[in-house]
Design a protein around this ligand. Sequence first.
Ligand SMILES: [Fe+2]
Ligand SMILES: [Fe+2]
Length: 386
Amino acid sequence: MLNFDDSSSSYSSDSSYSSASKSPKRAKKQPSATGLEFNRGGKQPLSYDIKIINGQTDQNQLIPFKYNGQPQAPWQRYLDSLQNNWHPVEISMSQDIAAWKQDHLNEAEKHLVMWNLGYLVSADSLVANNVILGIYEHITSPEARQYYARQIFEEALHTHSYQHIIESLGLDGEDHAMFNKYRTIDSIADKAEWNLDFTKALTDQAVIPGSIDANRLLIEDLVAFLVFEGLYFWCAFAHIFCLARNGKMVNTAEQYQYIMRDENQHFQHALWMLNQIKKEYPKLWNAKTEQRARAIINEAVELERAYAIDCMPDGGVSGLPVKTYIQYVEYIANVRCVQLGLKPLFKVSEDPMPWMDEMVNIRKEKNFFETRVTDYRAGGSLEGTW
Ligand SMILES: [Fe+2]
Ligand SMILES: [Fe+2]
């Protein structure tokens, strides 16, 4: 039997904790990530036995529910997300196309848009890869997997949305440079590479699900990708929302509002996963874990500062000085720290861009940009703290 008992975890004794790419220890035996043979002919699993990670029950048997009815439970999040369907091509891009052609944006604003889309158009694919190739194999709760399956679809939708914006505005050329910025622009590549290191560590063939190293790497990965979605994406949306407040890129901003609503749910799910792992395996989240989680968030902020300066080399655009943006990044990093039960990292305590709050709730902001928004049903059901 694998060593899945909470009390026997020696997570805290792992001296390799500071590196995401540390070679993992091998477990004696690998549990199945595909199911069936786990329990063939065996007794019915009890909800008590189901665990987020390291569980011994079949991942394909959705019922009995373990977490349904609890706050932020993945099954309810999955059901809510089904009421939140949207389609990028249904949102008109006509105002942005006209504005771009007629040079309504100055050079600094255009540069910001190019660097913003250049990052985002590849980023959602990295998130999807991380779930499919990395996280999924380690998760033993069918309910949690069900929401991840929905998330993967939404990541594809987001990539579609960015592609649609780029194509609509005619930003891509024969060399497809816009779709290649995550390899050719250092500040973008550095962020992508940082996230990819966590995926690579978790997908290393030597990492055996259920092993101490696998649990450690999974937690690090969940924190890093919570930051990816809850900080990198979150803050990148501010670039476009700021332009939209000045009447520019209003259709793109509309697309981003729908994406942001999904991303809010994605990082809330990651947060729920981490909190649930903490509850089920308290020893996996100790002082060393907290130290590492803070270090991960700090690394992310450092990379975002460099990216921000690259996006706004002349000090910012109207309504968005780069200094204020960096303060906002630090503020959001502090919010994520607190949500994870960690001490804040930075001195900034007041939100330097409170107008971003208004973007969280799409229904409230329906007429914000004075553009048509398709009234997708039950959007309000996804409201929540961010
Ligand atoms: Fe996404
Ligand atoms: Fe996402």
